[in-house]
Design a protein around this ligand. Structure first.
Ligand SMILES: [Zn+2]
Length: 148
């Protein structure tokens, strides 16, 4: 998905390695862009966010962000992690995939009123578009992400 709004170009995307925000011209998205700070590939891998990184990224990121609220003790969360990672590869450049550990970041979990995990929250421009609780198969996950 290339957005044709000139204000959206270059895109601002977070690095999965160091969480730095990078500017990437939209026509370079297909070239496997690397982080200018740590050289990690910017696309296709979920970004782990703590509260500070979350606020920075959610405020600046050009693409919609889907956040996986999870915890290490949660079996369904661990079961869904490979699905989430596969969707991140499939939808690279269309949206940013982020993970928030609800045990490490209880403030964020409380802010989003997360009561049951895994919980996926889709944000655009910092605003919540929709959420779904419980693990989804990959086809359903991608359908949910891309619908309207
Ligand atoms: Zn980096």
């Amino acid at each position: 998905m290339v957005r044709d709004n000139p204000a959206m170009d270059p895109l601002v995307l977070p690095c999965p390695g160091c969480r730095a925000l990078n500017r990437v011209p939209s026509q370079r998205l297909g070239d496997g862009p690397l982080c200018s700070t740590c050289r990690t590939p910017l696309l296709g891998t979920p970004v782990e966010l703590d509260t500070a990184a979350f606020d920075r990224v959610a405020g600046k990121c050009s693409l919609p962000i889907v956040v996986d609220f999870w915890a290490a003790w949660c079996g369904p969360c661990r079961a869904m992690a490979p699905t989430f990672a596969a969707a991140a590869r499939d939808l690279a450049g269309r949206m940013v995939f982020a993970k928030v550990d609800t045990e490490a970041e209880p403030t964020l979990a409380a802010r989003f009123q997360i009561r049951s995990i895994p919980c996926l929250v889709l944000l655009d421009g910092g605003r919540e578009l929709r959420r779904v609780t419980g693990a989804l198969p990959k086809a359903h996950l991608e359908q949910w992400l891309l619908r309207g």
